[in-house]
Write a protein that binds this ligand. Structure first.
Ligand code: T3D
Length: 258
């Protein structure tokens, strides 16, 4: 039985982690199915935006620790390189916005998955836990890269070293989430946000994401040059002409991604 469900509507693909009895913990099948769903979305021109959420009361409790009991002490670097890291690489390179709809607890690699999303909507019942040190591990699946960049070194060190839960309001204060909504409004809000992104010019959003990630590594001169290169691409798109025409004609723009 599948443990990752997908459903699309109006150019928005929703990916649901679906092992609610185990708080959507990542066992091997879920990693394989999530990667496959992401790759399929990347290729599918009808998908403009992704939403990732969890079934039941959790977003994801991270690595399935029961699987670790049975599989034994394999070299965890293999698991990261072969299964978790490709998920993060794919999300990072995906030229489509990804919205996390965090419905409940996001722990360990579940928290890392949230960090790899571009925008985050959280239920007021969400909790975020860098649970890794509780089980004698270091933060992985991108957390050591994303978290200090999102919240600063001192906050990130506290979250990672103490592994204490952060509630939704605290996550909003730290800038980890874009907005917090009542639990029963989560998917309405996330799909509303995704719908707005789906109506935006896809090429411009794709190049914005590329430039933002590149900017984390570049110096100002390099980044100014990259902006000039990418703007050259955006400036030649039909969507740019459409945006300018819509402005002049005082009507909503219809962006096609060309
Ligand atoms: O190994 C590698 O490949 C390296 C990569 C590692 C990446 C990681 O993610 S390491 C971190 C792993 N995750 C954790 O350490 C979190 C473990 N879970 C918890 O701390 C708590 O469950 C939560 C704080 C997330 C939620 O607490 P609570 O009280 O709301 O729920 P609960 O009662 O603890 O859990 C409910 C059920 O989900 C329970 O099952 P049961 O007893 O009803 O049959 C529990 O065992 C199960 N569950 C929760 N987390 C996991 C899990 N089952 C397997 N793996 C889990 N991670």
């Amino acid at each position: 039985m599948a443990v990752v469900r997908t459903g699309s509507s109006d150019a928005v693909l929703t990916i649901t982690l679906d092992r609610p009895a185990a708080l959507n913990a990542f066992e091997r099948q879920m990693k394989v199915e999530l990667l496959a769903a992401l790759k399929a979305a990347e290729r599918d021109a009808s998908v403009r935006v992704l939403v990732i959420t969890g079934a039941g009361r959790a977003f994801s409790a991270g690595q399935d620790l029961k699987e670790r009991e049975t599989v034994g002490a394999a070299d965890l670097s293999d698991e990261l390189r072969e299964r978790y890291n490709p998920i993060i690489h794919t999300m990072r390179r995906m030229e489509k916005p990804i919205v996390a709809a965090v419905n409940g607890v996001a722990a360990g690699a579940g928290f890392s998955l949230v960090l790899a999303c571009d925008l985050v909507v959280a239920s007021d019942e969400a909790r975020f836990i860098q649970a890794f040190s509780r089980v004698g591990l270091i933060p992985d699946t991108g957390s050591t890269w994303f978290l200090p960049r999102r919240v600063g070194w001192v906050r990130a060190a506290e979250l990672m070293m103490l592994a204490e839960p952060l509630d939704a309001a605290g996550a909003e204060r730290l800038g980890l989430v874009n907005r917090v909504v009542p639990a029963d409004q989560l998917m309405v809000e996330a799909r509303g946000l995704a719908g707005r992104l789906a109506g935006a010019p896809p090429i411009a959003l794709a190049l914005t994401k590329r430039a933002m990630y590149q900017g984390l590594l570049a110096d100002l001169d390099g980044q100014l040059d990259l902006e000039a290169q990418l703007q050259s691409v955006a400036g030649r798109s039909e969507d740019h002409r459409e945006g300018v025409a819509a402005f002049a004609q005082k009507r909503p723009a219809r962006f096609t991604g060309r």
